[in-house]
Design a binder for this molecule. Structure first.
Ligand SMILES: [Zn+2]
Length: 194
């Protein structure tokens, strides 16, 4: 009986997670990997979600998840929002899982990830980072070879850093707040010249 209860609860956890992922327009392959549900069940959940969402429309994305690292360095807004997400990942203990993108993360981890993403949505009205990009970001930061989370040398706030970059960078706040001049150690584009 106990085992049956546990399985029942686990199944509910999976369905609940799948509905959260659908609401964030996660790709079908992500929902399948993170929940372990079949494509057929996911399709039925989409229908059920649309029927009970009170007119809220969600798109169903089927292709491959994003893979580009450069997206997170594209402009100051995205760099700043990626740093917010990175800070949430770090404070919620989401980094350090060391899984490949094809491996299923623990359900509890996935739920925490949704918490982090929903906190980001609540704090960023002009969101620039989709759920799938956010999921790619946590994987990149976990890997740490192409992007890493580190403290800004100008103000100690967290920022996204490219470890392969020769010149050190600063956070998006320091990019605009530090006065520029002949004696300034900062230059446009977030490059620390010292
Ligand atoms: Zn800074």
């Amino acid at each position: 009986m106990r085992i049956t209860d546990d399985r029942y609860n686990r199944d509910w956890q999976r369905f609940d997670l799948a509905l959260r992922l659908i609401s964030h327009e996660a790709r079908t392959c992500t929902i399948r990997i993170w929940t372990g549900l079949s494509d057929d069940r996911i399709r039925k959940l989409y229908k059920s979600y649309l029927a009970h969402s009170g007119g809220v429309r969600v798109s169903r994305h089927r292709g491959k998840p994003p893979t580009q690292v450069n997206f997170f360095q594209r402009n100051r807004e995205i760099r700043g929002q990626a740093a917010v997400l990175g800070g949430l990942y770090s404070s919620l203990g989401l980094l350090g899982l060391h899984r490949t993108q094809a491996e299923a993360p623990p359900l509890e981890w996935s739920e925490l990830f949704c918490d982090a993403y929903e906190t980001y949505l609540a704090s960023e009205p002009l969101r620039k980072i989709s759920f799938e990009h956010a999921a790619h970001l946590v994987w990149l930061l976990d890997k740490g070879t192409e992007l890493e989370l580190r403290e800004c040398p100008g103000c100690d706030s967290l920022m996204i850093h490219d470890p392969l970059r020769v010149r050190r960078s600063v956070c998006t706040f320091c990019e605009i707040d530090r006065p520029l001049g002949p004696r300034s150690e900062f230059a446009l584009g977030g490059q620390l010249l010292r």
